[in-house]
Design a protein around this ligand. Structure first.
Ligand SMILES: [Mg+2]
Length: 204
């Protein structure tokens, strides 16, 4: 199966969940199928799951989804025990495992040599850790995870290759501010405020 097939299949299932994406094909595909200011692309390789963890802990009433890659997760494998320890019941951690660092040229990752990421997740204590090898299986596991309030890890074994979607043109800083404003408006909270002149008086 292909990653874009999985993403397309679940694009209508996420509601108002906040979605943290690893850079590369995943972010372009997801934004094409589910454009939203609630999508945050994480450019730093490995930090998708950690940023999503922080998000899930900060907004415990809201579903948070991380779309991660095998290369990225392997770069920050120590994040998994932390996710287990904090155990956010609103976090779904999806890893699209294509056995390669696709965006940087296709170097094989350790999963190509047999590392089983769902077993790694189980090994650190994440109870709901699964592997999907077909789109139907992936959709079923994802749908179950959306309906439950339990930390869930899903490793989707996919073939390399990108969907035919346009690049996501939103720049990093723009994405960050739009994401913050999206949270502010949907949560009714203030996260950042523009500086104002000293003479400005707050109107209440
Ligand atoms: Mg990969």
């Amino acid at each position: 199966m292909k990653r874009y097939e999985c993403l397309k299949e679940i694009s209508g299932l996420v509601g108002d969940a906040l979605v943290v994406l690893c850079a590369g094909g995943t972010s372009a595909e997801w934004n094409a199928y589910h454009p939203s200011d609630g999508n945050l692309r994480c450019w730093t390789l490995g930090l998708t799951s950690s940023v999503a963890l922080g998000m899930a802990l900060g907004l415990p009433h809201r579903k948070v989804i991380a779309f991660d890659g095998d290369g990225a997760l392997l770069m920050n494998l120590c994040g998994l025990p932390t996710i287990m320890r904090k155990n956010p019941n609103n976090l779904i951690h999806v890893v699209f495992d294509n056995n390669v660092y696709e965006s940087s040229g296709g170097t094989r990752t350790a999963t190509a040599e047999g590392v089983d990421l769902a077993s790694v997740a189980k090994g650190v204590g994440i109870k709901n850790a699964f592997t999907a090898t077909s789109v139907d299986e992936f959709k079923k596991l994802f749908t179950q995870a959306m309906s439950k309030n339990e930390l869930t890890f899903i490793c989707a074994k996919v073939e390399p290759g990108r969907g035919e979607v346009p690049p996501w043109s939103c720049m990093e800083v723009e994405n960050k501010f739009r994401f913050i404003r999206h949270i502010e408006s949907t949560e009714g909270i203030s996260i950042i405020e523009a500086r104002t002149p000293g003479s400005w008086k707050k109107v209440t």
